[in-house]
Design a protein around this ligand. Structure first.
Ligand code: ARG
Length: 555
C-alpha cells in the first residue's frame, strides 16, 4: 500500500468532493514522533474555516488501523506503521512491476531537448552537463510511463558555415579533406575565422558569399554542409555511445529553417511583432523581459525565431504534454522571452520547461577557451577510464569495468548536485570510494551481489519479509520511498533528488548491515533479511540505471 495514497484517501473520506492531490506524507523528522508525518491538515484549516487540529482529527478518524496516528502541535498527523503493515507493504512493493513507480505518464508525450552541441566542433567538458542531466530526465520520464522523444537540437546552421566552407576549400590539405574529422573542421574554423579578421576584409566577404550561396541552396555548398553535419553527428555519437545516451531525433536548427518566415508572418499578423530600426521585434518590456528580435535588420532570423518555429513543429507532430529544454543558465532570458511569446501565440496546452544548469569548473579552475583548459569530452572520459582502471586492476578488473566505474563517476559527480548550482569537477571527489560518489554506490551494489551469491539458494527463496530491528526498519521505510523519490525527481526536474535518495538509502543499508547479522542468523531471520538485501539491490540498480550509471555485479 502506498502511504501517500492511503492518507490522501483518508482526506477524501473526511472531506468528500475535494481534490487532495497536494497531500504528501513525508518521513518523520524525528523518529520519536513516528515514522512519517503529514502536515497538510494545516493548509485546509483556513479553507474550511476550522481549527487545524479539528481538520487533523477528522482525517485521523479515516486512517486505516494498520497505521497508528497521533495529532501533534497545531495539527500535524504523526504516523507509525505496524510491523504487519511494513512486512506486507514490502512484499507488495517487491512484487510490483516498474519497481512500484507510478505510471503517471501513461498516454502522455514529453519532448526532451538536450545535449544539443554545435556542429563542426568537438564536444568539451562544458557539454557534459546538458547531456548527463538531460539523459537522466529522459530515463526518469520513460520509467514513469511517458512516451519520450529525446531530441538533439544541434546547432547546425549559421554564419560559421560560411567560414567553414571557405576554410575547407582553401586552408585544409588534400589529405585532411579526404579524411575529414571534427578535429580538422575545428582547426579549419579557427584558421578561417582568424583570416576573416584581416584588415582588407576580402576573406570575410568571401566567407559571407559562401554562406549566402549555402542559404540559397547551392548544391556544392549544401553537400559540403551536409558532410560537415554527418561527420559531427558521427563524432557526437561516439561520445554518446560511451555515455549510454541515445536520441530519437537529431533535428538541428536547420530543420526549422523553412518554417521561420511563416512564424514571423504569424507574429506580425497577431500584432505581436513590430518593426524597429529595420528589425522585427517583440516588445516584452511589460513583462520585464526586454525586447526579443525575431528578424534581424539584414533579414536573417535568429535563435528566438528558430525556437518558436521548433515549438510549433513539435506541438503539431507529437502533441506533447510538455517540452523540456536542458541548457546552461546563461540562456534563461532567451527561454523566458520565447516561452512568453509562444504562450501569446496560443501554445498554452503544452508546458514549456527550461531546466537551467550552472557552470562547471575543473579542479578549481574556470573553464574557458582563453585559459586553454577547454578539456575535450573525449579526453575527460579517457582520463576517467584510466584512473578507474588504476583502481580496479588489482582486483582483476578489466577495461569494461574501468569504463563502468570511470564514466559512472563522471556522471554521478554532476547528477548528485542540484542542476542550477555551479559545480567543480574534481577527480578525487568523483572517484572516491567513500562518501557521496558514483563508485561508492556501485561498490554497495556489488557487495549486495556477492552477499546474495554467498547466500546461494536461500537468497533466491521467496520467504516473507519480517522487519524487527530499528536499523532494519529505517531501511525498509526508506525502500518504500523509492517510487516517491523518482516522482519527485521528475516533478522538480532534478535527478539530484534521486541521487540524494540513493545515497541516503545506501547509508541506511550500511548501518543495517553493520547492526543486523544476516548469514549467521537463524534460518527465518536470515531469509527475511536476505529479501531486504535483495530489495535494496533492486532499488539501487534501478535507481542508478535511471541516472544512466552501470551496476557491475563484481568489482
Ligand atoms: N545549441 C545550443 C547551445 O549549444 C543549445 C540548444 C538548446 N535547445 C534549444 N531548443 N534552444 O547552447
Amino acid at each position: 500500500m502506498d502511504l501517500n495514497e492511503c492518507i490522501r484517501a483518508a482526506f477524501e473520506q473526511a472531506f468528500p468532493g475535494e481534490d487532495f492531490g497536494f497531500v504528501r506524507v513525508v518521513p518523520a523528522t524525528d523518529p520519536r514522533f513516528g515514522d512519517y508525518q503529514c502536515n497538510d491538515a494545516l493548509k485546509l484549516a483556513k479553507k474550511f474555516k476550522m481549527n487545524p487540529r479539528e481538520v487533523a482529527a477528522k482525517v485521523a478518524a479515516h486512517v486505516p488501523s494498520a497505521l497508528k496516528v497521533e495529532i501533534a502541535g497545531p495539527g500535524f498527523l504523526n504516523l507509525t506503521v505496524s510491523p504487519a503493515w511494513l512486512d506486507e507493504s514490502l512484499a507488495a512493493f517487491a512484487a510490483q512491476p516498474h519497481c512500484g513507480i507510478p505510471q503517471t505518464g501513461a498516454g502522455k508525450t514529453v519532448v526532451i531537448d538536450y545535449s544539443s552541441p554545435n556542429a563542426a566542433k568537438q564536444m568539451h567538458i562544458g557539454h557534459i552537463r546538458s547531456t548527463v542531466i538531460g539523459n537522466a530526465l529522459d530515463r526518469i520520464f520513460r520509467v514513469l510511463g511517458y512516451r519520450v522523444v529525446a531530441d538533439n537540437h544541434l546547432g547546425d546552421w549559421g554564419t560559421q558555415f560560411g567560414i567553414l566552407i571557405k576554410g575547407y576549400r582553401e586552408l585544409l590539405t588534400d589529405e585532411e579533406r579526404a579524411n575529414l574529422t571534427v578535429a580538422n573542421l575545428e582547426k579549419c574554423y579557427v584558421l578561417s575565422a582568424a583570416k576573416a579578421k584581416e584588415a582588407d576584409g576580402a576573406w570575410k566577404d568571401a566567407c559571407r558569399a559562401e554562406l549566402v550561396k549555402l542559404q540559397q541552396g547551392d548544391p556544392a555548398n549544401l553537400a559540403l554542409w551536409k558532410r560537415f553535419i554527418d561527420i559531427s553527428i558521427g563524432e557526437f555519437n561516439r561520445m554518446y555511445a560511451k555515455l549510454g545516451v541515445r536520441f530519437d531525433t537529431y533535428r538541428g536548427e536547420s530543420y526549422y529553417n523553412p518554417m521561420m518566415p511563416g512564424v514571423v508572418e504569424k507574429l506580425q499578423k497577431m500584432g505581436l511583432a513590430v518593426e524597429s530600426e529595420g528589425a522585427l521585434v517583440v516588445n516584452l518590456e511589460k513583462e520585464k523581459l526586454g525586447v526579443a528580435i525575431v528578424r534581424k535588420s539584414d533579414g536573417g532570423y535568429n535563435y528566438t525565431t528558430s525556437d518558436l518555429a521548433c515549438v510549433a513543429s513539435r506541438v503539431a507532430e507529437y502533441h506533447p504534454e510538455r517540452i523540456i529544454y536542458v541548457t546552461d543558465a546563461r540562456q534563461q532570458l532567451h527561454f523566458k522571452q520565447w516561452f512568453d511569446i509562444a504562450r501569446k501565440m496560443g501554445y498554452t496546452d503544452v508546458q514549456l520547461v527550461h531546466v537551467p544548469f550552472g557552470l562547471m569548473s575543473y579542479q578549481g579552475k574556470a573553464i574557458s577557451t582563453r585559459e586553454g583548459n577547454l578539456i575535450k569530452l573525449d579526453d575527460l572520459l579517457a582520463e576517467a577510464k584510466r584512473r578507474a582502471y588504476d583502481i580496479v586492476k588489482d582486483r582483476g578488473g578489466d577495461e569494461a569495468l574501468a569504463e563502468a566505474i570511470g564514466y559512472g563517476a563522471v556522471k554521478y559527480s554532476d547528477l548528485s548536485h542540484d542542476p542550477i548550482t555551479d559545480i567543480d569537477f574534481s577527480w578525487d571527489k568523483a572517484l572516491a570510494l567513500e562518501g557521496n560518489s558514483g563508485p561508492y554506490l556501485q561498490y554497495a551494489y556489488a557487495r549486495v551481489c556477492s552477499l546474495l551469491d554467498k547466500a546461494g539458494a536461500d537468497a533466491a527463496a521467496e520467504g516473507a519479509f519480517h522487519v524487527t530491528e530499528p536499523a532494519e526498519k529505517r531501511l525498509a521505510l526508506q525502500l518504500l520511498e523509492f517510487p516517491g523519490a523518482v516522482r519527485r525527481a521528475a516533478e522538480a526536474y532534478k535527478p539530484s533528488v534521486l541521487a540524494d535518495y540513493l545515497f541516503q538509502t545506501a547509508q541506511l543499508y550500511s548501518s543495517f548491515y553493520q547492526n543486523s547479522p544476516i548469514l549467521k542468523s537463524a534460518e527465518d531471520v536470515r531469509r527475511a533479511r536476505l529479501r531486504l538485501v535483495a530489495l535494496f539491490g533492486k532499488v539501487l540498480k534501478t535507481g542508478l540505471g535511471l541516472l544512466g550509471i552501470a551496476t557491475p555485479r563484481h568489482i
